[in-house]
Structure formats: C-alpha cells, structure tokens
Design a protein around this ligand. Structure first.
Ligand SMILES: *Cc1c(COP(=O)(O)O)cnc(C)c1O
Length: 404
C-alpha cells in the first residue's frame, strides 16, 4: 500500500524523537490527515499550484535525444519549469498552506545546498508567513547565491556553527527551535524523510508530479520511470501513483560520486548503507566504523545526504524500486548531452536520472518508452558545471566580475 502503516513502511520509518517533539508531530499528523481529505484545502493547493508554481509542468518527448541514443523513446517531466526551478516548491507550498490552516504564523526549515531554503522562503513570501532558515556555516559560504535569494524573499538565514556546520547540524538546530516554539511554529521539512508524518506528507504533496504523468500518459504504455534520489521526495512524488502496480519499472538513481570508497559517494542502497535510527526515523544510512554518520560526496549538492527516505528503503528492499548509481562525470556528460540535443538545462541532481536513461535507452527497442523526472533546472549549478567544462574561461570571467 502506498502509505505508511502507523508511521512504518515495513521495518523502516517511525517516530524516534525526544518526548517534547511527540505532541507537535501528533498535532501535525492529525492536521495533515484532515486537510488531505478536505476539498477546500485541496482546491486552495490546486489553485496555487496552477497560478503560482505554473503547474501542470509539461511532459516532453525528447525525440532528438532518443534518436541520438538509438533505442527507447525518452520522455522528460519538466519539473525544472516550476517556479523557483525545481520540484521542492510543491512540498513547500503544501506545508505552507497547512501551517496557515493550523494557525501557525512562523515557519522554520533546514537547508543544505539551499534549494529547500529558497523554495520555503518563496512560499512564505507568497503566503505572508515569517520564515527562519537554519543553515550550516560551511554551507552558507558555499552557497552564496541561494542565501542571497532567501534573504530577498524576506527570510532570516541563521548560521549554524555546531558539529560539521552542514545540513545535519542545521536539522538538529531546527528541531531544537521547534521543541521550544511549536505553539506558533511549523517545521517545514524538505524531503520524504524524518519522523512520521513527514514521509507520508511530503510524498502526498509531491505526488502532484506522478498524478500529472498518469494523466499525460493515459494512452501510452511506459516501460520505466527514472528519478534521482537524495532524500527521496522527487522520486516518491513521481513514482507514487505507480507503486501499487507491477509496471512500469521504477528506477532510483543515487550519487556515485568519484568512486566506491567511503566518503566518495552517497550510494546507500547497494549494501553500503546500514539500518539505523538517525534524526527521528529508521532507514539505511551511510555510517563509519564507529557508527557515526559518514561524510559523503556528490557533484550535486542535493544528492549527498547520508540517509534515504524510509518508504524508498522499503520499496528497494522489496524490489519494487530498483537502484542504480551514476558518477559525477556521467552526470556532467548528461548535462552536456541534453543541452546539446534538446535545449534543456538539467540540474546536476536530475542529470543523474538523465545519465541513467542514456544507459538504459539503447538496451531497449524503439517502441518502448521511458520517462525521466527532470527534478530541477541547472542554472543554479553554473559555478560547478562551468568550472568542470570550461575552467579557464569561467575563472577569468569571475576575476573580471570581482573588480569594483
Ligand atoms: C533537493 C533536490 C533533489 C534531491 O532531493 P529529493 O528529496 O531526493 O528529491 C533532486 N533534485 C533537485 C533539483 C533538488 O533541488
């Protein structure tokens, strides 16, 4: 079934939190369950999704790319055309509307690379909510453009200086804030993970992607659907309506990074991940010899999370979702390939799914169809892609820009 059984997906999921966080999580769970069956809430979400996000996003038949690869027909779901440039806005909007309905005027969120922070800050500006974003000091330095846009949307970005000063420390700080302030505050979590009800709730808000695909492919038989997997929100939203069926094949692509050594990748589903409880839920996590969360690497900032959403962990274990890996280099090659052959600018995260489609398509006949979820567009990645593809020109451009 495509929803948790009392917070669990098989052995994964749950609500492993300090006592103080139980009541806000229970309150959130009932509010979400009521809202999801309320036509008034549903139509408010649909209206904002249409006019503010720009939904439905198109499903594009990538004819030139398919021909160049020689095999299956590739279709691309263009989530990159959503306002703010990625799928994250779907979940931010859903939770923002829910927070308003619950009478919470203050939103807190964690962000790593900054994409979730940008989506949350934008939605708060749209809905007139106060917005506080917790972000590790290291990430603030690395992600200046996203910090800039969060602030333009009116958010306060709070630097987190504990631990490794990255995403997991930002999550801890947000949880601490929530425990103190939940009367007035909603914690807007960014992926299909964390304690229940977040995995169910985030999947439901993101399932707008899969439901549109269902509509857009009504008379077409689909062989496979491919999505990149960081925490798992774009994949779960895209796969959601198809999980209960035997077909199409559902394929999640993890970040293979620079190799298979610990610390060089973020692949959890090939046996590298261990079952553990981290940040409120049970799933597969990359851990070091001491049982601490392992450092990870990916060229794409959105795919370097050491854990995976509990429903995907379960679906992987059951075999309904297959997992594959794509390296940094293959992802960058996919960015170049789809730019050249379709005029599309894939986000580096989404390019992992694109790269796997490039591997799969030639193994299938021309009458088969595969769909890639382009979770976001890649304008945000120019500091990485331009350096990887054309370093000298990019550096001299930056030097020139830095002159007062
Ligand atoms: C954040 C992000 C991801 C990874 O997060 P999921 O929760 O796994 O979807 C993928 N693509 C883009 C464009 C992102 O911004």
């Amino acid at each position: 079934m495509n929803t948790s059984d009392n917070g669990f997906f098989g052995e994964f999921g749950g609500m492993y939190v300090a006592e103080v966080l139980r009541s806000p999580l229970e309150e959130l769970k009932s509010a979400f369950n009521e809202a999801k069956d309320d036509p008034v809430f549903q139509s408010a979400f649909a209206e904002e999704a249409k006019t503010y996000i720009g939904r439905p996003t198109p499903l594009l038949h990538a004819k030139r790319a398919s021909k160049a690869l020689g095999g299956a027909q590739i279709y691309i779901k263009l989530e990159g055309l959503a306002n703010t440039g990625a799928h994250k806005i779907n979940n931010a909007l859903g939770q923002g509307l829910l927070a308003k309905r619950m009478g919470k005027r203050r939103i807190i969120a964690e962000t790593g690379a900054g994409q979730h922070g940008v989506a949350t800050a934008a939605v708060c500006a749209r809905l007139g909510l106060e917005c506080i974003i917790y972000m590790g000091e290291v990430d603030i330095k690395r992600q200046h453009p996203n910090v800039f846009w969060m602030e333009q949307y009116g958010a306060t970005v709070v630097p987190v200086s504990s631990g490794s000063r990255t995403l997991k420390d930002a999550v801890n700080e947000a949880l601490r804030d929530w425990a103190r302030n939940y009367d007035t505050t909603h914690y807007l979590l960014g992926s299909a993970l964390g304690p229940t009800p977040y995995p169910d709730m985030v999947r439901e808000f993101q399932s707008v992607i899969g439901n549109e695909v269902l509509e857009q492919t009504r008379d077409l038989e689909i062989e496979a659907m491919i999505a990149c997997v960081g925490g798992g929100s774009n994949a779960m939203g895209f796969f959601s309506p198809f999980i209960g069926e035997k077909r199409p094949r559902l394929i999640g692509v993890e970040a293979g990074g620079n190799g298979i050594a610990p610390g060089e990748h973020a692949v959890r589903m090939d046996g590298s991940g261990a079952v553990s409880v981290v940040q409120g839920y049970k799933s597969y996590f990359l851990l070091d010899g001491e049982g601490q969360v392992q450092n990870t690497h990916s060229v794409s900032a959105g795919l370097d999370y050491p854990g995976i959403g509990p429903q995907l962990a379960h679906l992987g274990k059951e075999g309904r979702v297959e997992f594959e890996r794509v390296s940094d280099e293959q992802a960058i090659d996919a960015v170049k390939f789809f730019a050249r052959n379709e005029g599309l600018c894939f986000a580096l995260e989404s390019a992992h799914a694109g790269a796997y489609a490039m591997r799969l398509a030639p193994t299938l006949t021309e009458d088969k169809r595969i769909i890639v979820n382009m979770s976001g567009r890649g304008d945000k990645d120019i500091f990485i892609t331009a350096r990887a593809i054309d370093e000298d020109n990019w550096i001299s451009f930056l030097e020139q820009e830095a002159v007062r």
